[in-house]
Write a protein that binds this ligand. Structure first.
Ligand code: IPE
Ligand code: IPE
Ligand code: MG
Length: 264
């Protein structure tokens, strides 16, 4: 066991050395998918997959913190996930509450601020209470921000932003001409956070499933067949290494990008 662990940490150490600290993504977003299939492959109940998924969450949060990633957004429960059988929804809510209760001290110790986006009013009272408790307790933490997307749906968020803008215009707080993409971003639940640089989706699905549709406009996508409960810190580093090989052009030409880098 000991030797296995040593071997593992060596592998991750070697990978880590290849990461360019100057080109780290500032914000990583992850669609944590494949818990159910992981369990099914092992002839287990889907809930066992979600339980195992929590271990992967812990590892990835810790790895991001150690590497110096500033923002990590985890898609934990979509607004569409309310359509799952009540037994699964209840188990997920229970797991979420337990995770928050258990992780509170760890987040504080590692100076990680917790935040949440989504239609949080739909969460059961006990979960919401615990969530806001931990958010409050970690509000002063500044080393990293962990954002949980809970009961989150991007279309819900965009419609809500549009309605709020309409209201502000009607109330004379803002003029129509002032509504730019930047101002619009300010009305989204993600407002103070920069857009993700890297989006990871596990379990090989090639879709966004109503996640951060606006914010992902220029995000680099990384999709891996690995199921979420099997996703390790090595997988995370692989994703970052892949990201670092890419040229982000934002509509410009490759030559323009090289010039910009040369000027810096
Ligand atoms: C992701 O795993 C976790 C949540 C959506 C809550 P799934 O539960 O979607 O797992 P699969 O896609 O059925 O394998
Ligand atoms: C997306 O996964 C939501 C989360 C990971 C929380 P789903 O498993 O719900 O997505 P679909 O339904 O396969 O698109
Ligand atoms: Mg899924």
């Amino acid at each position: 066991m000991m030797r296995e662990d040593n071997k593992k940490s060596l592998a991750s150490q070697e990978l880590l050395e290849r990461v360019d600290p100057a080109k780290l993504p500032r914000h990583i977003a992850i669609i944590m998918d494949g818990n159910g299939r992981w369990a099914k492959n092992k002839l287990l109940n889907r809930i066992k997959g979600h339980e195992k998924g929590i271990d992967a969450v812990r590892d990835v949060v810790e790895a991001c913190r150690e590497m110096g990633i500033q923002y990590l957004t985890l898609y934990a429960f979509s607004v569409e996930n309310w359509r799952r059988p009540a037994s699964e929804v209840n188990a997920l809510m229970q797991l979420l509450r337990n995770y928050l209760l258990k992780e509170r001290d760890n987040l504080l110790k590692n100076e990680i601020r917790l935040s949440a986006i989504g239609d949080l009013d739909r969460l059961p009272e006990s979960v919401r209470k615990t969530l806001f408790q931990v958010i409050g307790d970690t509000a002063h933490c500044e080393k990293m921000t962990l954002i949980l997307a809970l009961s989150y749906g991007s279309r819900w968020e965009i419609v809500r932003a549009a309605l709020r803008i309409a209201r502000d215009i009607a109330a004379g707080k803002m003029r129509e001409e002032e509504v730019t993409p930047e101002v619009f971003s300010g009305y989204l639940t993600t407002a103070p956070v920069p857009d993700p640089d890297l989006l990871i989706r596990t379990s090989g699905e090639l879709r966004l499933s109503n996640f951060l549709l606006w914010q992902l406009a220029y995000t680099e996508l990384y999709i891996t067949p690995t199921l979420w409960p099997d996703f390790t810190r090595e997988d995370l580093i692989e994703a970052i290494l892949d990201y670092q090989k890419r040229e982000r052009r934002f509509g410009m030409t490759s030559d323009q990008i090289s010039e910009l880098h040369a000027k810096r």
